[in-house]
Design a protein around this ligand. Structure first.
Ligand SMILES: [Zn+2]
Length: 463
């Protein structure tokens, strides 16, 4: 078992994960007011794969990703869609599950809904009111920020730079402009509400995560994650709510950078590939996952057709590699092995085993996926130049850790129309039927592929 370290946003230091306890990971999930986009998919992929890596190293994990299914944005979107907000939120939650299922990384261990956590939310707010960290005002309840001395420790902001981003109408109900809402009184036009000691209403946003994290993972847990846009106010407020109520809360804060898309650069024909479902339709799950792990999780990641095509080309190179270098069946020796050749393949520093070790070391060091994937590329390059015994098996193991092992499977390698066409083209070329081979190449171009012939054989590259 490796020591796995993550750079903690709160301390700014790399922190080792305790291997003796179940590693509880709570990652903030989407607010379901529309179909999710690539930006929502990034934390889903990062935290799913991080938990997968920890398990492969022998850690026990429990991953929790919540769904915010009651919120101002949901009321507005449901009204615009002419649908009751609960129906609308349920439909969008199902769509979120469907879209993220298509990533092929499995589901989190728990996916609590805000609307199913109301009694826990009310209980925590009552605690905070009793201890005077919160106060009721006009049917709302607000957290008294000045009552919590550590406020601001996560985001390191000065109070004058803090803006809770809450509606202007609530200003007159607050003792201090820094205070934030825990509970909102029922308003005209909102078609759902719950009874509470402060009258009918609904939870504000931040409180649900304090409650769900504790219900699913206990009062103290290993990792709290989410996008870096949540550091303030969302996570700062979660800390205030939970710690003011005497809970130790998260030990390590892990934030992923934002996806940055230049909408102006995207032409109309790019459609809406920023939507996860569209990106999956156009590029396939492997390219979407490969794109999302192409940068370090903490860094921002540029998004556009160009980046997606690059990811699709990298994925295609891997698919091609496995076409040319099939995996050995279990128990089968390396075919045609002669000792001299074996020795050549395992020159120091480049053996499949040492690549696999470096791959895992990179993931253990602040989950450095680009450094890990560089090991994959290097090994593919070496094994394309000369026979490297064990390379396909080591590569398959690396890819499994990042959810891309389907590229090594027979179905993964030959499931698309393009693959079938490319094989037909090879047959035509073999039979010296160049007219037919060219016609197939044109057909491939029509469906978006360029055939590139090289010493390693032909490969498909997205146009
Ligand atoms: Zn949250």
């Amino acid at each position: 078992m490796r020591e796995v370290r993550i750079r903690d946003t709160l301390s700014g230091e790399p922190r080792a994960i305790d291997p003796t306890e179940v590693v509880g990971i709570y990652a903030c999930g989407p607010t379901v007011y529309s179909r999710i986009h690539i930006g929502n998919a990034r934390p889903f992929v990062v935290f799913s794969l991080f938990a997968r890596f920890l398990r492969s190293e022998g850690y026990s994990t429990r991953l929790v990703v919540n769904v915010t299914d009651v919120n101002d944005k949901i009321y507005a979107a449901a009204t615009a869609a002419g649908e009751p907000s609960t129906d609308f939120a349920a439909r969008m939650t199902a769509a979120y599950s469907e879209d993220t299922d298509r990533l092929g990384l499995g589901r989190p261990d728990a996916e609590p809904l805000a609307t199913e956590t109301i009694s826990g939310i009310i209980a925590l707010i009552e605690d905070l009111v009793r201890s005077e960290h919160a106060y009721a005002s006009g049917g709302d309840v607000y957290f008294r920020v000045r009552s919590f001395a550590d406020y601001g420790k996560l985001s390191n902001r000065r109070p004058e730079d803090m803006d809770q981003g809450e509606e202007a109408g609530s200003a007159s109900l607050k003792e201090n402009r820094l205070d934030f809402a825990l509970w909102k009184a029922h308003k005209e036009g909102e078609d759902s509400h719950w009874d509470s000691p402060w009258g009918p209403g609904r939870p504000a946003w931040h409180i649900e995560c304090s409650v769900m994290a504790e219900q699913e993972l206990g009062a103290s847990f290993a990792i709290h994650g989410g996008g870096s846009d949540l550091v303030f106010p969302h996570h700062e407020n979660e800390i205030a709510q939970s710690e003011a109520a005497g809970r130790p809360f998260a030990q390590i804060w892990m934030h992923n950078g934002m996806i940055e898309s230049d909408a102006a650069k995207m032409s109309k024909s790019d459609g809406n590939i920023f939507q996860l479902g569209e990106a999956l339709d156009r590029y396939g799950r492997e390219a979407v996952v490969a794109y999302l792990i192409s940068g370090h999780y903490r860094q921002p990641l540029a998004f556009g057709p160009e980046q997606m095509e690059e990811a699709a080309a990298r994925v295609e190179r891997l698919r091609n590699f496995f076409r040319g270098h099939p995996l050995r069946a279990a128990g089968e020796g390396d075919p045609g092995e002669d000792p001299a050749e074996q020795q050549r393949g395992s020159s120091p520093g480049s053996s499949p085993d040492s690549r696999l070790t470096s791959f895992r070391d990179a993931l253990a060091d602040d989950f450095n996926t680009p450094r890990a994937m560089a090991e994959v590329s290097e090994l593919v390059g070496e094994a394309n130049r000369e026979r490297v015994p064990g390379a396909p098996e080591a590569l398959r193991e690396m890819l499994e850790l990042v959810g891309l092992d389907s590229l090594a499977s027979a179905e993964g390698a030959a499931d698309s129309e393009a693959d079938a066409l490319m094989m037909e083209r090879e047959e035509a070329r073999g039979a010296r039927d160049f007219e037919r081979a060219d016609a197939i190449r044109d057909r491939l171009a029509e469906i978006g592929w360029t055939v590139r012939d090289s010493a390693d054989g032909p490969s498909l590259v997205p146009r």
